[in-house]
Design a protein around this ligand. Sequence first.
Ligand code: SF4
Length: 179
Amino acid sequence: MSNNKAKIATVWLDGCSGCHMSFLDLDERLLAVAERAELVYSPLVDMKEFPEMVDVTIVEGAVSSEDDLAKIRKIREHTRILVALGDCAVTSNVPGMRNPFPLKDVLSRAYLENATLNQQVPTSVIPKLLPKARPVHEFVKVDVHVPGCPPSADTIFYVVSELLEGRIPDISDKTRFGA
Ligand code: SF4
């Protein structure tokens, strides 16, 4: 791909992948995006390290674990425009459903009460949960918020197209929470 294309990344934090599926629902419009931008980091491509600098990073999901937090801080440092895509990234939405409960009760429910074998709370491999699942903007600056669960492909195409034109998209009549 040409080096003068804009660089786009997508990131999957604590979400269900539905926002990424909506991105894939761009279908043939993915080709229009690919003509103008290169997808340099994403669950959809095999790049292990976040690049030195990315023009637009689209983030799905809430910040729920220490791993998510380290990731989003690093990504923010290496991104010009950060987009919180979907209600989980914007409000914490579904991951935030655990927030009314103490973390120890959440872990106990998942790993002890509901487990039939090997009941124990993991202490390695699984990233350590933060006390609450929080929206992205509570930890780093977000430039564009795109609500929806998930936002439609039409909305995502509009947002990406506007950003590639160098404009901050006005999504006020394009989407809403729970859309
Ligand atoms: S906003 Fe909805 S579709 Fe997107 S990750 Fe969260 S639950 Fe899934």
